[in-house]
Design a binder for this molecule. Structure first.
Ligand code: NDP
Ligand code: MG
Length: 391
């Protein structure tokens, strides 16, 4: 029986993962080693009960008692706190879903790789902050990383049987988000509620807002470089409002292989769950005659500077990804709290990158996760300062 663990089980990706596992037979077909969540204790307890999980962990120590009570008499062990989440990854599972949001997802994924688990990676922040370390850890332990981000799953699928040396370019698409057609003065007044309303995808709050600012696509540019080892000049972003084509791979004979599918994360999650097989999945079948038209346009770097910042990060390399992600997370927190306007998120990130480049130098390649986490911490401090100066 295959063993699985899900980090971030209570979130959007986590719930879709549980749904697919349920459809494949749930506790009869899989041994669930660990499920982790944050504050959604009722959902975590329901999932643990349904999948007969051996361990359930909440990230928050103050939620421990509630989780313990909810799982009393079930045989599921309960733990709490970030360290307990990292330790849950030391309980080896064959297949591990990394779907915690933010830099908090880095450590458990890293630990899972050190036990040779197959890591289904939704947490793009892991590759952005520590790509080379993560890929090296996988190689060292003969572990496999499978992309779950829809664009990267699409590229991965387009590359099956192909020679990476024949790849001339990789194009990842962006819907453009709810503000695709907004002008600068409208963007200055955009609210978190407007930013979260993604036109095509149903996702967690943070990634939805990142989609509106194109910071999500910025993270994905870096993710593409790190995962596939492709030069940044060969990676392009194309705005495609229908979110039907997820990525295209261009080869040296002029062919473009496109991956099309509905905007349903269960495709990419299911592909990673069933890999290397392809199995039937409960996603809508596209009716292209009804869809009729697919549109493409170039992204606007003036209204959406996040992509340009990501190019800078890829050029700098080293610790720049960790600084970029941390600054973005802090800026996002302040936008959600109503403390800074929507366009100020990119300003905060730009300032943090500039300050840290002068202070400490971001070009140094990290040798371990501690260096990454130190840069993450420093960038958060600088981002808080930048936000304070804007008040
Ligand atoms: P959600 O916000 O829906 O879920 C996040 C999960 O992480 C929840 O289980 C949450 O717990 C938990 N969590 C939050 N903060 C912490 C923390 N500090 N420590 C431990 N656990 C925590 O996010 P999504 O599912 O949307 O996204 C998850 C990851 O997948 C992100 O990295 C995102 O970029 C990526 N991704 C998501 C896609 C999507 O369609 N949603 C598409 C592609 C990539 P709780 O809710 O119980 O508090
Ligand atoms: Mg994506």
């Amino acid at each position: 029986m295959r063993s699985v663990s899900i980090f971030g089980a209570t979130g959007s990706i986590g719930v879709n993962t549980v749904d697919l596992i349920r459809r494949e037979g749930g506790a009869r077909a899989f041994r669930t080693v660990a499920l982790t969540g944050g504050r959604n204790i009722a959902r975590l307890a329901d999932q643990a009960r349904e999948l007969q999980a051996e361990l359930a962990v909440t990230a928050h120590p103050e939620c421990y008692a509630a989780l313990k009570e909810a799982l009393a008499g079930t045989g599921t062990e309960v733990a709490a706190g970030p360290e307990a989440i990292a330790e849950a990854a030391d309980r080896r599972a064959d297949w591990v879903m990394s779907a915690i949001v933010g830099a908090a997802g880095l450590l458990p994924g890293f630990r899972a790789l050190s036990h040779g688990s197959t890591l289904a990676l939704a947490n793009k922040e892991s590759l952005v902050t520590a790509g080379p370390l993560l890929m090296a850890e996988a190689r060292r332990h003969g572990a496999c990383i499978l992309p779950v981000d829809s664009e990267h799953s699409a590229v991965f699928q387009a590359l099956v049987g192909e020679d990476i040396a024949a790849v001339e370019r990789v194009i990842i698409t962006a819907s453009g988000g709810p503000f695709r057609t907004w002008n600068a003065s409208q963007l200055a007044k955009a609210t978190p509620a407007q930013a979260v309303a993604h036109p095509n995808w149903s996702m967690g709050q943070r990634i939805s807002i990142d989609s509106a600012s194109l910071f999500n696509k910025a993270l994905e540019l870096i993710e593409t470089k790190e995962f596939f080892g492709i030069d940044p000049e060969k990676i392009e972003v194309l705005v495609h409002p229908q979110s039907i084509v997820h990525a295209l791979v261009g080869f040296n004979d002029g062919a473009l292989m496109a991956h099309l599918g509905p905007a349903d994360m269960r495709h990419a999650i299911g592909y990673a769950l069933n890999w290397p097989e392809r199995r039937k999945l409960p996603v809508e079948r596209l009716d292209l005659a009804r869809i009729g038209q697919l549109d493409f346009e170039a992204p606007d770097p003036v209204r959406f500077p996040a992509l340009w910042l990501a190019r800078q990060v890829m050029e700098t390399g080293g610790l720049a990804g960790a600084a970029f992600n941390a600054a973005k997370e802090v800026a996002l927190d302040h936008f959600i709290a109503g403390a800074i306007p929507f366009p100020a998120m990119a300003e905060v990130v730009e300032q943090v990158l500039a300050r840290l480049s002068c202070d400490s130098g971001l070009t140094i390649a990290p040798v371990d996760l501690d260096m990454v986490l130190q840069t993450d911490h420093l960038a958060r401090v600088r981002a808080e300062e930048a936000v304070q100066e804007m008040q």
